[in-house]
Design a protein around this ligand. Structure first.
Ligand code: LMR
Length: 395
């Protein structure tokens, strides 16, 4: 059976992790996988997570099955985090289930869409997270793209995006990034969100909003602006969220999939299908990460601490954007990289060629995705001079 298989290349993002770890150059820099790093280059466990883990160790008294929805407390706290004080919660039209990370949420959402319509089409931004397309196709959806990032002008091709979305069928789903667009860092502003919401209302497509970076852009509420506006205006919608980045719970695999229905009764029916989808894939989600998140979100003290720790991460990444741009200028680079400071979240394209990306890796041990997507969190005061000098050389 296995003899017919052809080896596949390593994942374009995760494959960089292994290469970076094997590199013995003391100056190596990891701008590959989207993982927050502190000034020392370490992905530390948040203090609020440590406290929640201690609490859980002291209080957990069973490991019995939890069921396909996961923890009801986690699901409720996540709904509040995502939507705030929102009419879909007041009208009881939203159902959140815990999932194995944001990727698990997306896969469950894709299978759910397939249950609604076999072979449905989902539109994704061009470009989008490298795993979106494979993940949706693996679930049997047809993937098409709408224009998004204008590489030439380092800006959003908003006219192209809007024009394409107007042509989408009412039977299709459209994937939108809530904030901190991965890979471009180019977000819609509030006015642009209002226009996209109008198109969604007119066309009637199903919005699937991926929110993997809530709190990494401007703030927890600000980053959810577009998603909340969309939820106020459409009858049905799906939100996939992740606690990997904002809680630093990368390996715990905890996220959520929320479906919003036209009515409370309609969403109950939809949820029964969602639960079936979950049951036949992985039966039920892991509980540990959810327990940590619910402990933090349901405690005033830990939630306040989390907000402060999240702000430190966000501010450091934003500071790194300016730092890199300043250092490039200092090192005599005349090309304008100021667009990096206008983008949000963990990523930006540096905008160099694949050959230059490869040269940075081979000659300077600087790792970024082939598209020149950089994880800005990997920049630090201690490596930014070397980074800027190396970029200057390959340019
Ligand atoms: C990324 O885009 O680097 C992260 O979302 C990690 C991943 O799984 O690809």
């Amino acid at each position: 059976m296995f003899g017919s298989l052809k080896a596949l290349p390593a994942d374009p993002i995760l494959g960089l992790l292994a290469k970076y770890r094997e590199d013995s150059n003391p100056h190596k820099i990891d701008l590959g996988v989207g993982v927050y790093k502190n000034e020392a280059g370490h992905t530390a466990i948040l203090d609020c997570v440590k406290a929640a883990e201690k609490y859980r160790n002291d209080h957990e008294d069973t490991k019995v099955y939890i069921g396909p929805t996961g923890s009801p407390v986690f699901n409720e706290e996540m709904s509040k985090l995502i939507f705030g004080h929102h009419k879909v919660l007041i009208e009881n039209r939203a159902r959140t289930v815990s999932t194995p990370g944001g990727t698990g949420a997306l896969r469950v959402a894709a299978e759910f869409i397939k249950s609604c319509k076999a072979g449905a089409t989902i539109w994704v931004s061009n470009p989008t997270w490298a795993n979106h397309t494979g993940l949706f196709e693996a679930a049997g959806l047809t993937v098409k793209t709408y224009p998004y990032y204008d590489h030439e002008n380092k800006s959003l091709d908003f006219d192209g995006m809007l024009a394409a979305l107007k042509e989408v069928s009412s039977d299709d789903a459209v994937l939108l990034h809530a904030c901190c667009h991965n890979p471009s860092g180019m977000d819609l502003n509030n006015e642009q969100w209002q226009q996209v919401v109008e198109v969604a209302k007119d066309v009637g497509f199903l919005p699937l909003v991926d929110m993997a970076y809530q709190g990494f852009g401007i703030g927890l509420d600000e980053d959810a602006y577009g998603l909340r506006l969309m939820a106020e205006n459409v009858k049905e919608m799906i939100v996939c969220s992740s606690c990997s980045k904002n809680f630093g719970l990368y390996r715990e695999r905890i996220g959520g999939c929320t479906i919003i229905g036209e009515s409370s009764a309609a969403v109950d029916v939809a949820q029964s299908v969602l639960l079936y989808v979950i049951r036949v894939i992985y039966s039920m989600p892991p509980a540990h990460g959810a327990a940590l998140v619910e402990t933090i979100l349901s405690s005033d003290e830990l939630r306040t601490q989390w907000h402060a720790e999240l702000k430190v991460m966000r501010d450091r990444i934003n500071g790194n954007r300016q730092l890199l741009v300043d250092k490039l200028v200092e090192n005599g680079v005349t090309r304008d990289f100021s667009f990096i400071t206008r983008q949000m979240g963990m990523f930006s394209f540096l905008g160099i060629t694949l050959e230059q990306v490869q040269q940075l890796q081979d000659e300077y041990s600087i790792y970024m995705v082939g598209s020149s997507r950089m994880s800005i969190a990997g920049i630090a005061n201690s490596n930014v001079d070397y980074l800027a000098q190396s970029i200057a050389k390959v340019l």
